[in-house]
Design a protein around this ligand. Structure first.
Ligand SMILES: [Zn+2]
Ligand SMILES: [Zn+2]
Length: 267
C-alpha cells in the first residue's frame, strides 16, 4: 500500500526568529492542516535549552520559556497538533536539549546539516570536502547518543544549508559521500530507530540533480530506515504546494506504508 501522506512534522511558528510572521500562528496552521487533510501536525520551532551549554547568540533567546509560550496548541476533530522543537548540534557535538527536556516535547527534530551556522562548523572545515566529512561525523555522532530515538527525527539530510554559498555546492558535497558511508550511517539509523525526514522541493532540481538528492534516501530505504514528511514552512504561502511536493517525493521514492516512521508507536 502506498505511503499515506497525512502529516507534517516540521513546521515553524512566528516564534522562530527566522519566521516572525504573525500569520504563521497555530490557528492558521491548524486550519491549513485541515485543508490538506492531515491528521498530525507538529510544531518544531528552533530551540536551544538554557540548561545546555553551547547556545549561539541566535539560539539563546529561543529557549524553553520562549517556545512554550505557544502552549496550549489548538486541536481539532481531525488534526492532532503536537508540540515539538528543532534543536541543534554545535561543532563540539553538543546537543541543545537534554534527555529530561525531551520529555516535555511530543517530538524532537535534530538537524545534523545546519552547516550554515558558524557555531556548527570550524572555519577550517568549510571546504566542500570538509563539509562532506562533517556531514558523516555529525550524523554518526547523533546516532551514538543516548536518546529516545522513537521520538526523534533527523531533519533535512539533503538541505542546501550543508553548503549554502552556491546552490550547486550542497549537491557537490552529497556526491563526495560514498554509498558505503551512507550505508554504514543508515544501517546504524535503522537499528537505532529515528525517523528520516523528507523535506526538499523536488521541482527545485533538474532530473539529474534529483538523482543526487534521492541517492541518500534510496540507500536509507534499502537499509530499512523509516520516513516522515516535513515542510519546514516559515510562512503560510510555503504550504500551498505541500501536498503536491510530498506526493512527488513519495512517488519518486516509491514509499509504501511499511516505510512510515511512527513516533508514537512506543507510546
Ligand atoms: Zn533546519
Ligand atoms: Zn526548520
Amino acid at each position: 500500500m502506498k505511503y499515506k501522506i497525512d502529516h507534517d512534522l516540521h513546521i515553524h511558528s512566528y516564534l522562530s526568529t527566522c519566521s516572525g510572521d504573525p500569520d504563521q500562528n497555530p490557528e492558521n496552521l491548524l486550519r491549513l492542516a485541515e485543508r490538506d487533510g492531515l491528521s498530525v501536525l507538529c510544531l518544531t520551532d528552533h530551540f536551544w535549552d538554557s540548561d545546555m551549554p553551547g547556545a549561539s547568540e541566535w539560539y539563546q533567546p529561543q529557549n524553553y520559556k520562549h517556545v512554550s509560550q505557544i502552549l496550549p496548541l489548538p486541536q481539532s476533530e481531525s488534526v492532532k497538533f503536537w508540540f515539538g522543537c528543532e534543536t541543534d548540534l554545535d561543532k563540539h557535538m553538543r546537543l541543545g536539549i537534554s534527555k529530561e527536556r525531551i520529555n516535555r516535547f511530543d517530538f524532537v527534530i535534530i538537524p545534523t546539516t545546519h552547516l550554515h551556522m558558524p557555531d556548527n562548523i570550524d572555519v577550517a572545515d568549510r571546504t566542500l570536502g570538509g563539509r562532506a566529512q562533517k556531514y558523516a561525523e555529525r550524523l554518526d555522532g547523533v546516532l551514538d547518543m543516548d536518546l529516545p530515538f522513537h521520538k526523534i527525527g533527523i531533519a533535512h539530510l539533503t538541505t542546501h544549508l550543508i553548503a549554502p554559498d552556491h546552490f550547486e555546492d550542497h549537491l557537490k558535497v552529497l556526491e563526495m559521500i560514498t554509498d558505503d558511508t551512507f550505508r554504514r550511517l543508515f544501517e546504524k539509523a535503522a537499528q537505532k530507530g529515528p525517523g528520516i525526514e523528507l523535506n526538499f522541493h523536488v521541482s527545485a532540481y533538474t532530473p539529474q540533480q534529483q538523482e543526487v538528492i534521492l541517492r541518500p534516501y534510496r540507500i536509507a530505504k534499502e537499509c530499512g530506515c523509516k520516513f516522515y514528511f516535513g515542510s519546514d514552512a516559515h510562512h503560510p504561502s510555503s504550504l500551498d504546494d505541500r501536498l503536491e511536493n510530498f506526493t512527488k517525493i513519495r512517488d519518486v521514492l516509491e514509499l509504501e506504508e511499511s516505510d512510515r516512521f511512527d513516533p508514537f508507536i512506543a507510546k
